[in-house]
Write a protein that binds this ligand. Structure first.
Ligand SMILES: [Zn+2]
Length: 209
């Protein structure tokens, strides 16, 4: 561990640990048990290394003192914090990394879903022609929208100046009828939903158009 991290770590970890002089021993008192939070705005600070702009907080627990710290996922890996699975077993370094990455990805995916739902709710507030129920139902079942749904959505979002993030509004063309829908669309409509499309969907469109 280089001294840059070590100095920051010492200041933060000893006041909340049982061990008071050996950093590695103090670190061994801490475990990550799978509690993680999306605070939605990246303005928290990692309580181990003081890194600012943390959005996804990972909670670590001290088995000796019962203290809790909220830290960035990088620090679990950087300092080799023990990771415990649901049955209470300590994972190997490799499995621990995988779990931390997986948990972080889940927070990111959930955040994207939330941002889509928020945009739909914002739209429904100002647009009483918009059938939010059917869009939310479809999105919850599929995690994506058909090409036609997307053009409708983008048009309505733009008309009512509703904040939306196109790459979060994912498109599905798994069914043949969705593929035909996309290929049958006028060019400018496809351009409107281009940022919602994955690379392979864009390739499919370019090859088959
Ligand atoms: Zn940190």
């Amino acid at each position: 561990m280089n001294s840059y991290w070590l100095d920051r770590l010492k200041v933060n970890i000893f006041p909340v640990s049982f061990e008071q002089s050996d950093v590695r021993k103090a670190l061994n008192e801490w475990v990550y048990q799978g509690n993680m939070y999306d605070v939605e705005i990246a303005e928290e600070t990692c309580e181990l290394c003081d890194q600012p702009h943390i959005r996804y907080q990972f909670e670590i627990f001290n088995i000796m003192t019962g203290n809790i710290l909220q830290i960035g996922s990088e620090c679990i890996k950087r300092f080799n914090i023990g990771v415990v699975d649901q049955k209470g077993h300590i994972l190997s370094t490799d499995a621990a990394r995988k779990k931390v990455n997986k948990d972080r990805n889940k927070l990111i995916t959930d955040a994207k879903v939330k941002s889509v739902i928020n945009s739909l709710v914002d739209l429904a507030r100002v647009d009483n022609q918009f059938d939010i129920e059917s869009f939310i139902k479809y999105f919850k079942e599929n995690g994506s929208f058909t090409p036609k749904q997307l053009t409708t959505l983008i048009w309505r979002f733009e008309t009512h100046k509703i904040e939306h993030i196109k790459p979060h509004l994912k498109m599905t063309i798994k069914k043949n009828k969705d593929k035909e829908q996309l290929l049958g669309m006028v060019e400018w409509k496809v351009q409107k939903i281009w940022d919602c499309m994955s690379t392979s969907q864009r390739d499919f469109y370019n090859k088959n158009k």
